[in-house]
Design a protein around this ligand. Sequence first.
Ligand SMILES: Nc1ncnc2c1ncn2[C@@H]1O[C@H](COP(=O)(O)OP(=O)(O)OP(=O)(O)O)[C@@H](O)[C@H]1O
Length: 627
Amino acid sequence: MSLPSSSLAASSLSNWAVVGRLFRLTWSYRRGCLKVLATQVVLLTMGLSGLSLTGLGIDYIRNTMAAGAGEVVPAPKIFGLALPAGWAPMQVILGIAGVILLLAAGRAFLNYAYFVSVNRLLQQELVVDLRGAVYDRLQRLSFRFFDANSTGSIITRVTGDVQSLRMFLDQVLFQSVIMAVSLTVYIIYMASLSPRLMLACLATTPLLALLSMWFSRATQPAYAHNRTLVERMVQLLAESIQGIAVTKAFGREAENRARFEAANQACYDQQLGIFWRISLFSPAVGFLTRVNMVVLLTYGGWLVAQGQLPLGTGLVVFAGLLEQFSGQINNVATVVNSVQQSLIGSRRVFEIIDANIEVQSAPQAERFQRLRGDVRFENVGFAYSGVDPVLRDINLELRAGQMVAILGATGAGKSVLMSLIPRFYDVTSGRLLIDGRDIRELHLDDLRRNIGLVFQESFLFSNTIAANIAFGHPTATREQVEKAARIAAAHEFITALPEGYDTVLGESGNTLSGGQRQRIAIARAVLLEPAILLLDDPTAAIDSETEHEIFEALERAIAGRTTFIVAHRLSTLRRADFIIVMENGRIVERGTHEELMAARGAYRRVANLQLVDARELTAGGEEGAEP
Ligand SMILES: Nc1ncnc2c1ncn2[C@@H]1O[C@H](COP(=O)(O)OP(=O)(O)OP(=O)(O)O)[C@@H](O)[C@H]1O
């Protein structure tokens, strides 16, 4: 049997598919994009106007100097408007200079407006929306996804890769459109001045195009590899923070530092390789564009000398156009460099947005409030991957309000059996029914709202204690929160804290003891008033005195609910309606404590090894063994 893979590496989009997605994304921000591009067109027009006015001014000065005494040189028209008749040459020149200055001031203002609107569009809209979309997807993705992908990979996708996607709009799309429009206008303008000079000056352009294509192809694998290295570094960082206590306890700080430094150095070395390539490409482009200037000076100068081209509106304007043309061509290096980076980053963002949500509500699933709590496993099997089932032939039935205790060696499948009930994973064979209905037909949110969970170690959020208890029911009143805390034997220690229920917990609740965290977790589960309670060895990480207190709390929590509990206390096993013993993913025995002890099978064997109150067990066992 093969299951859909949730590994991100498995779902690679082609470059063209990524570009298509990026264009569709851009379309949804079309108003902002059009505004940005329109600003650029106005900037271009103003730049060209300034340039042609400079040419006009130079020609006017040249003609005035060449004119004989008493000869009047007609003042040029500015944008078709004649200057006042009778202006002295100096006034005309100052008039032209004044308009050039006004245009420059207008350009400076528009450039400012351009940067503000690009920043607003990209950083404040696009990046925020995208991060939100990726985060939203991550919240809905199934456990299988998180099993298959490292934290480092997920974090870099939400942070760095979203920025790389932004780079596509900013440094690729906008730049390319601006470049295409500007280069076309420059070419038309240059051709209108002198087609031959234009052809001569732009002879190196095809070489530039070839160089860019080669550069783009050569850098793509390097950028892809770079992402993997950064991912590895972030993963090491995340792990070292999560495992800081273990690192310190074993005195492994130096080794961890060395591993991180090696990962950091690998990123640096690889970045350096990319940097060298860019460093070669940019000057090469720069050199080719300088060659154009040499052609202009020699051939263009000859045309002016021959009287075939005016000096100002011809050669000087041409030089300005060529300068700007070269500037745009130099940008090719940035665009080409950004294309690969942004495509790789964008692909990684889309892979998360597209990742398959394996476990979700059926489209027609009806909403409901309360479950009764009858649970039935019918020939259930489950495998994490296609090959090795970790649960086989599970047949189990609990009526509402019953309690089953699960016993089994480590790795026997106790946790995974429970994780199927809230659909953390879907069964891979057989059926799981609640209140007589296959759980895949139930609305997922409603199903989970009816299930309370306490794990071996409970995760709390860096928020107030009250908010943590009300996590599954944010609109709960303070009375409801306190009631749940009382049931969980947490009220006393909470009220002893200076801020009481409003105490803000540290990251992962690390300002509380393990026992206190578990009690808050029990309160969090109880507050939901769930029909089904799943208790996965909730005292595993707790000393025996606290364990006793927690079990007293659990006694109150369990009352009236269908309960699955993994426990290692005889008192708990005795309290259960029946016990199941698991081995290698199968239920190998079931019955009450007394029945199972009498059977002298797997239960007795496992119980002797695992139960914390084993002395009591021997007495109980003997009673059961010899009725
Ligand atoms: N995310 C996972 N991917 C692949 N295999 C897994 C995963 N989680 C658990 N397993 C495997 O599934 C089997 C059952 O694991 P499970 O956690 O249910 O055991 P358990 O009986 O609860 O053990 P313990 O008492 O130690 O908690 C084990 O062989 C384990 O190695």
